[in-house]
Ligand binder design. Structure first.
Ligand SMILES: [Zn+2]
Length: 270
């Protein structure tokens, strides 16, 4: 009996250790692009997300067919976003390419999309013709725009296009928490996702400046992984283990909002 106790105790402690799955996750930043689908079947990709505690996920892909592959298998899990890239080459020039505009208009006819993005943009190109058209389409259709831009870029987008809601990818990648807070205060249509922002809790401890903006704007943040290269699919589970560890350092209602409730609220299940 005594000999059995220790292994049993370790097992129980092991499952309750910090970082064990506590919150369901709405992941706001997943790609399933061509190199990914060559390695992981849709079933395998979906099982990786499920094993990481991801209940639903915003998915966009280059080309968009990857998103459709996942969406067809799991329409309740996948929140499809239309990425305006036919190939990776579109990333640098899409903002001024009439061919991309026609592609986006044509794909939107499917009627399944909840947003457009993730797209990359420099602040100087925010007024370019295809960006303008994409913003109009988003406003008309109630779609969310997921923009990978710096803080100058997101400010310009929100000023030029006040109607659609924006989901700011990676919180600008390097923008400090105080800048993010200032923008959230000024723009009610701004939402922020935290993919790749390890500075939120470097070393595992939640950063006080991030904590302050999470508590002040609990309904405006989401977490995300960003499977931008195929190797990222291998670490989705570890990544979310770290996310769970810093979420657990927040008040429970704030953590639940950021973990999944904000995503559910913005993108109610079909
Ligand atoms: Zn991305």
């Amino acid at each position: 009996m005594r000999r059995l106790l220790l292994p049993t105790l370790l097992l129980v402690l092991g499952t309750a250790a910090p970082g064990a799955a506590q919150f369901p996750i709405f992941d706001a930043h997943i790609h399933y692009s061509r190199p990914d689908w060559d390695v992981y079947s849709p079933e395998r990709a979906l099982s990786i997300l499920a094993a990481a505690g991801v209940r639903r996920a915003i998915v966009s892909s280059t080309p968009d067919d990857g998103t459709l592959k996942l969406y067809e298998k799991a329409p309740k899990t996948v929140v499809p976003f239309l990425r305006p890239y036919r190939t990776r080459d579109d990333m640098a020039r899409w903002h001024s390419d009439p061919g991309v505009q026609a592609y986006v208009e044509d794909r939107l006819k499917r009627g399944i999309y909840r947003g457009i993005g993730e797209f990359h943009l420099s602040a100087a190109d925010t007024g370019a013709p295809t960006v303008k058209r994409v913003a109009e389409l988003a406003a008309d259709r109630g779609l969310v725009l997921q923009a990978h831009v710096d803080d100058v870029g997101i400010e310009k987008l929100l000023t030029l296009y006040p109607k659609p809601r924006f989901l700011w990818a990676h919180a600008g990648m390097s923008s400090p928490a105080s800048t993010v807070g200032r923008l959230l205060e000024r723009f009610p249509k701004l939402y922020v996702e935290l993919a790749l922002r390890t500075d939120v809790a470097s070393g595992g401890a939640l950063d006080p400046a991030w904590r302050a903006v999470f508590v002040k704007y609990p309904d405006r943040f989401m977490v995300g992984t960003d499977t931008w290269v195929t190797s990222r699919w291998e670490i989705v589970r570890d990544y979310h283990r770290d996310v769970q560890a810093w979420l657990a350092q927040l008040p429970r209602d704030v953590a639940e909002a950021i973990a999944w409730k904000n995503g559910e609220h913005l993108f109610p299940a079909p």
